[in-house]
Design a protein around this ligand. Structure first.
Ligand SMILES: [Zn+2]
Length: 206
């Protein structure tokens, strides 16, 4: 499974790849990690400005000619299933107007404004949003499209997210919004511990 994660580096002036490697070398056995890469499927996700908001990074969708709408089998207008109504398909990152960085200084990144990860690797250990495991998207189609709830922030509305199993099993788990708010505030605390550091986006394969 691919997982979107952050690596926090205490010293932002180091060689980034070497420093991330040094942190991740501690986790291969612990989480059955096969390999990791910087960015990967989540490249650009924390960059500022966001490459996902740059119209020039999208090519016209050939399935709806950029309209975002297609005729369904009955002839009724329906949202284009290929571009999701946007009218554009994101180009390969190598064709983006500005190449993705995949890192931000800890002081410039507010976790509330970006897609949050499930796992954060820090120089002092690994932190997970464990309570997020109790939630999944409401429909199978959404579950298939995204591997984990942590990938869905901003993509699937909170009212389309349901508890996975009986919350009575864990009375500590309340609503998705409360769990997410708690995780965001935990992420802020983590970043604040490394004021001279960097946050690096990685994709883990385990
Ligand atoms: Zn389309």
């Amino acid at each position: 499974m691919w997982t979107y994660a952050w690596v926090v580096l205490a010293d932002g002036s180091q060689d980034i790849r070497a420093a991330v490697s040094e942190v991740m070398d501690n986790y291969f056995d612990e989480i059955c990690l096969l390999f990791w890469c910087i960015g990967g499927p989540w490249t650009g996700i924390i960059d500022d400005p966001s490459p996902y908001e740059e119209p020039a990074n999208f090519a016209v969708c050939s399935h709806c000619e950029g309209s975002g709408v297609r005729a369904s089998i009955t002839g009724a207008a329906t949202t284009c299933p290929v571009c999701g109504g946007r009218g554009g398909i994101m180009k390969d990152p190598s064709e983006w107007v500005t190449p993705p960085l995949d890192y931000r200084s800890t002081t410039s990144l507010d976790p509330a404004t970006v897609q949050v990860p499930y796992t954060v690797f820090t120089p002092d250990g690994r932190v997970e949003a464990r309570d997020l495991r109790y939630f999944v998207p409401a429909t199978w189609r959404d579950q298939r499209a995204y591997e984990h709830i942590s990938l869905m922030r901003g993509h699937i509305p909170a009212d389309k997210i349901i508890k996975w199993y009986d919350p009575a099993l864990d009375p500590e788990v309340e609503t998705y919004e409360e769990v997410m708010d708690r995780w965001i505030s935990q992420l802020r605390d983590i970043l604040a511990r490394y004021p001279n550091g960097l946050v690096v986006v990685i994709a883990c394969r385990s």
